[in-house]
Design a binder for this molecule. Structure first.
Ligand code: FCB
Length: 474
């Protein structure tokens, strides 16, 4: 790598008050899965079932953040982090997914929040980043309507206890993944493969979001409430009618199935038509649309790559015996690689896609304050013999995506902050510990944390409030 264009001078300055954050999730870093009265989550059960996670890895210990949170907060402060997005483990707070909050769980998050505030870091709570209490899955999980009510109850109780110190509340992280990877493809917990269940799950996740926002806002009108979606530009590989239709379907399932009910108050008609032959609408109730479309104070965008899709050999009409991924919108079956550099996940690096996602939201769904709640890259980093972790690809990845975000702001998008995924190398779901996304390297044997070059670069960028205009321009 290296600079390949002239140094332009000057700094791409982000607006005053722009948030320079990092993001994490409970199951990926906390460990201590049997401490403090925590109940079992679907990810505990899933990871402990043979064949689900690469290498048989589990989140049992992860980054041991439950015990090391003070050091981790101190590390964030050193890195110039202004905002920290983290999730609460529902089964730590309600071990069975219902009833009174568990005092030990509450105490842990309360201490974490105090530590953050003392370090002058703004806490951003995500109420659900995939670790459903197993007990609720045993009663049917997200495909059941009652789970939405359980979620709203949990959210309201927790918010009541922590809202004195936390202003920013996000209900769900990436409901597409919960619904489709968890219930249709079985690649994530709870590992079911049932297409119709996935659609019901998607609806009840959205309903749970709406009920939770209603409940929390009724108690406190000062908090700000939002949700985080994983969004992608979806382009047809060619201009044929078939390719354009596949792109429409996948954009419908991955983006609009969530954006439209949240921000426009109804499901996209074309997606409902697509699924009508296989899915009855008996789980949709009259008032749901209104509940789901509660006004939002912000929308969180997780961006990693773009999908370029082709009709391929698969039939255009879904039948129940087809593999889910050929239809439900997993890019695997239909994604076309364009020969761009890829990360260790095999995801093509496409910063222009971030600009496209942000400007599309502004144009088609705005105005709404936006945050990039996740963006980052996995590379196979190691500690060199001199103790340094050199990760120039990640620096370049981030610089290019920051530039794309800066351009979106210049184009009028109300983008207020950016959370890098992620602070620490951690448990990357079905990939276990094999993928390293952190700004900070973790030696899982010793739990030693080593800031990578990208961490120092991030600190400089955050402190400067922007980046050098000439940096890593292709
Ligand atoms: C997102 C997840 C996050 C992390 C990144 C790489 O889909 O929200 O937990 O795994 O991908």
């Amino acid at each position: 790598m290296g600079r390949t264009s002239p140094h332009l001078g000057g700094v791409l300055r982000f607006p005053d008050g722009f948030g320079w954050g990092v993001a994490t999730a409970s199951y990926q870093i906390e460990g201590a899965v049997r401490e403090g009265g925590r109940g079992e989550s679907i990810w505990d059960r899933f990871a402990h079932t043979d064949g689900n996670v690469l290498g048989g890895d589990t989140g049992d210990v992860a980054c041991d953040h439950y015990h090391r949170y003070r050091d981790d907060v101190a590390l964030m402060a050193e890195l110039g982090v202004t905002d920290y997005r983290f999730s609460l483990a529902w089964p730590r707070l309600q071990p069975d997914g219902t009833g009174e909050l568990n005092p030990a769980g509450l105490d842990f998050y309360s201490r974490l929040i105090d530590e953050l505030l003392a370090a002058d870091i703004v806490p951003w709570v995500t109420l659900y980043h995939w670790d459903l209490p197993q007990r609720l899955e045993d009663s049917g999980g997200w495909p059941e309507r009652d789970t939405a009510h359980r979620f709203a109850d949990y959210a309201t109780r927790v918010h009541e206890r922590l809202a004195d110190r936390v202003q920013h509340w996000s209900t769900l992280n990436e409901p597409w993944c919960s619904a489709f990877l968890g219930y249709a493809e079985g690649r994530h917990a709870p590992g079911r493969r049932d297409h119709a269940a996935a659609f019901r799950a998607a609806h009840h996740l959205l309903l749970g979001h709406g009920l939770a926002v209603q409940g929390m806002r009724a108690n406190d009108r000062d908090s700000s409430f939002g949700i985080t979606l994983n969004l992608y530009p979806v382009d047809p590989a060619s201009d044929t009618e078939q390719d354009r239709d596949v792109a429409r379907r996948i954009d419908g399932l991955m983006n609009r199935l969530f954006l439209d009910p949240l921000l426009r108050g109804s499901y996209p008609a074309d997606v409902l038509d697509d699924v009508a032959p296989v899915l009855d609408a008996s789980h949709l109730q009259a008032d749901d649309a209104e509940i789901i479309s509660q006004p939002l104070d912000f929308l969180g965008v997780n961006y990693y790559t773009r999908h370029v899709v082709t009709a391929g050999p698969q039939p255009r009409v879904w039948t129940p015996d087809q593999p889910t991924s050929s239809w439900v919108g997993s890019a695997d079956m239909v994604q076309v690689k364009r020969g761009l550099p890829t990360t260790d996940m095999g995801w093509e690096v496409d910063p222009a896609g971030l600009h496209e996602v942000l400007t599309r939201l502004h144009r088609e769904y705005g105005p709404i304050p936006l945050y990039v709640t996740e963006n980052g890259a996995a590379y196979p980093d190691g500690v060199d013999s001199d103790g340094q972790v050199r990760d120039p690809e990640r620096v370049r990845y981030l610089a290019e995506h920051f530039r794309a975000a800066h351009q979106a702001i210049a184009d009028g998008v109300d983008l207020r902050g950016y959370f890098v995924w992620t602070l620490l190398d951690n448990f990357e779901w079905a990939w276990g510990y094999s993928k390293r996304f952190g700004l900070v390297h973790v030696d899982y044997g010793t739990q030693r944390r080593t800031p990578k070059d990208s961490a120092r670069w991030f600190a400089r960028t955050a402190r400067a409030g922007g980046l050098d205009a000439g940096e890593w321009v292709r």
